[in-house]
Design a protein around this ligand. Structure first.
Ligand SMILES: Cc1cc2nc3c(=O)[nH]c(=O)nc-3n(C[C@H](O)[C@H](O)[C@H](O)COP(=O)(O)O)c2cc1C
Length: 448
C-alpha cells in the first residue's frame, strides 16, 4: 500500500501488527511520555502507540511510530534500511528524479479553519516533569528565504505558550535560522507554517541536512515514489503538505522572542532553554479529526535512534562524495545522530585517515561529531563491535588522536603503512580449501 500520509502509515503499521491501540484515558501531561518511554525500551523498540482517549482533548495521539528498524523500513517502504543507501546514490546520480510537488487548491489539512484557535485543546505533550510546558516534538516547520524565495522544511521543537503564541527553537546553522536572520536584518515580519502529521518520508526529510538544491518536499516524494501534494497556506504564500493533520500558521514579528525550555532531551538531562523567535499564531487549519503524532526524547534507545539509523544509510553517499575513500559507517544509537561514528575507509596513502577526519569535521553531517573513529575496510562488513575491535588493535596513543578546539576526538585507527612507522600485517584468514571442506561437512559434525 502506498503511504501518502500519517493515516496510511498507521494503517500499514496496524496490518503489520506493529500498532498498539490504547483505549484507556491517558494524560498528555507526562503519562503518554512515560508509557512511550517504557514501550520504546522493550526489545525491538516495542510497538507504535495510538492513544484514542486523551484527557481534556478530543484528538488522539500517536507515538513511537518510527521506533524500530522494521517500522522505519515500513515508513519508507523499503524491505531493509540498508537499501536506502542505493536509493540515495541513484538520486545523487540523477537529481532530477526527485519529483516536484503537485499544487492542490483543496486539502484535508484545511477542512476546518480556526481563526481563534485554542492551542490548549490539542494534546501536545509535556514529556518530563521539569519541562517548561507542552511542546510539539514532531513538527514540520516551513519557512521561505526573504530574498530568493527558496523554501525549507525543518524539524525544530515548538513550545506552546499559554497566550496562544508558540516559540520555535531552531539552532544556528539550520535552514529556518538562516531565513529568520534575513527577515530580522530586513526588519520584516516572517511568515511561518508548522505542519503536524504528514507523510513519514517528509518527517525524515525534515531532520536531514540535505544538500542544495535538493528540497525536503521533493526528496520525500522521491522516497515515496510519488510527488507530494502541497497546498498554499491561508495567510501566507508558504506551501504545506495537503495531507497534514493540522497546520499552525503564524508570523514572527521583528525582534519578538520569548524564553522556551526547560526541555528534557536525548542527553538524559534538561536543556535550560533560550530566547527563541516568538510566533504570533494567525490561524490553525486542520482535518475534522486530526491525529497528533509526537515523539519523546530521552535516554536511548528511543524513537530518534531509529530515525538516526535511516539517516545514517541515506547520508552515507553524501559522506562518500566528501571523501571517496569512505566505504561504510556505523553510528551507535547512543551518539544520537551525529555524536559518534566509526567510519571504514579504503586506505592507500600515508596520513589518509587523518585527512578523512579533517574533511569530515570541516563540513557536512559529521562536522559536530564528538567521537569519530576511522578504521580500515576489511571486506567483512562494518559493525560497531568489529569496528571498535579493529580500532583498539590499530590505534597508537596518543599519536593517532586528534583533539579539535571545538570538542571533537578524532581517532585515526587505520593500520599504519611502513612510511607511517607501521609494520605490514598479515590478516588472519582460514585456509581456503579447509574452509570449503568445513562448509561442505558442517552437518556431518552434527551441526544444523
Ligand atoms: C526529534 C528531533 C528533534 C529535533 N529538534 C531540533 C530542534 O529543536 N532544533 C534544531 O535546530 N534542530 C532539531 N533537530 C535537528 C534538525 O531537525 C536537523 O538539524 C535538520 O537538518 C534541520 O533541518 P534544516 O537542515 O533544513 O535546517 C531535531 C531532530 C530530531 C530528529
Amino acid at each position: 500500500m502506498a503511504i501518502r500520509d500519517l493515516r496510511d502509515f498507521l494503517a500499514v503499521l496496524d496490518t503489520a501488527g506493529e500498532l498498539h491501540r490504547v483505549d484507556a484515558e491517558v494524560d498528555s501531561e507526562l503519562e503518554i511520555a512515560c508509557i512511550t518511554d517504557r514501550q520504546s525500551k522493550l526489545p525491538g523498540g516495542g510497538k507504535a502507540l495510538l492513544f484514542h482517549n486523551v484527557k481534556g482533548s478530543p484528538y488522539p495521539v500517536a507515538t513511537n511510530l518510527f521506533g524500530s528498524p522494521s517500522r522505519m523500513a515500513l515508513a519508507l517502504q523499503v524491505e531493509h534500511l540498508s537499501l536506502l543507501t542505493g536509493k540515495m546514490e541513484q538520486l545523487l546520480a540523477a537529481p532530477g528524479s526527485a519529483p516536484a510537488p503537485t499544487l492542490v487548491r483543496q486539502a484535508p489539512c484545511q477542512e476546518v479553519v480556526e481563526r481563534h484557535p485554542d492551542l490548549g485543546s490539542y494534546p501536545f505533550l509535556k514529556s518530563w516533569p521539569g519541562d517548561g510546558g507542552r511542546f510539539i516534538t514532531l513538527p514540520l516547520v516551513f519557512t521561505r528565504d526573504a530574498g530568493t524565495g527558496a523554501g525549507n522544511c525543518g524539524m525544530y521543537r515548538v513550545r506552546l505558550f499559554d497566550d496562544g503564541c508558540v516559540g520555535i527553537r531552531w539552532k544556528a546553522g539550520s535552514g529556518g535560522f538562516g531565513h529568520h536572520q534575513n527577515y530580522q536584518a530586513a526588519g520584516r515580519p516572517m511568515p511561518v507554517a508548522i505542519a503536524v502529521g504528514a507523510a513519514p518520508a517528509l518527517t525524515l526529510a525534515a531532520m536531514l541536512p540535505l544538500p542544495e538544491p535538493l528540497e525536503e518536499v521533493s526528496f520525500a516524494g522521491y522516497l515515496h515514489g510519488a510527488p507530494l501534494a502541497m497546498v498554499p497556506c491561508l495567510d501566507s504564500g508558504l506551501m504545506v503538505p495537503a495531507d497534514a493533520e493540522l497546520v499552525i500558521e503564524g508570523v514572527i514579528d521583528p525582534g519578538a522572542t520569548r524564553r522556551e525550555g526547560a526541555f528534557g532531551n536525548h542527553t538524559g538531562s534538561y536543556d535550560a532553554g533560550e530566547e527563541v523567535p516568538l510566533v504570533r499564531v494567525t490561524c490553525v487549519t486542520r482535518r475534522k479529526d486530526p491525529i497528533c503524532p509526537a515523539t519523546v526524547v530521552g535516554p536511548p534507545p528511543m524513537e530518534d535512534c531509529y530515525l538516526a539509523k535511516a539517516a545514517e544509510r541515506l547520508l552515507l553517499p553524501l559522506l562518500r562524495r566528501q571523501c571517496p575513500e569512505i566505504v561504510d559507517l556505523v553510528m551507535p544509537v547512543e551518539g544520537i545522530f551525529h555524536g559518534c561514528a566509526v567510519i571504514s575507509i579504503e586506505k592507500k596513502t600515508a596520513g589518509q585517515g587523518r585527512r578523512v577526519l579533517e574533511r569530515l569535521r570541516s563540513e557536512g553531517w559529521l562536522k559536530r561529531g564528538k567521537l569519530l573513529v576511522v578504521v580500515d575496510e576489511t571486506g567483512q562488513g562494518l559493525t560497531l563491535a568489529h569496528g571498535f575491535w579493529q580500532a583498539l588493535n590499530a590505534v597508537r596513543f596518543p599519536a593517532d588522536l586528534v583533539v579539535t578546539p571545538d570538542g571533537c576526538l578524532g581517532v585515526d585507527a587505520t593500520g599504519k603503512l611502513p612510511e607511517e612507522g607501521g609494520e605490514p600485517k598479515q590478516l588472519l584468514q582460514p585456509d581456503a580449501s579447509v574452509r570449503a571442506r568445513v562448509e561442505r561437512r558442517w552437518r556431518e559434525y552434527g551441526f544444523l
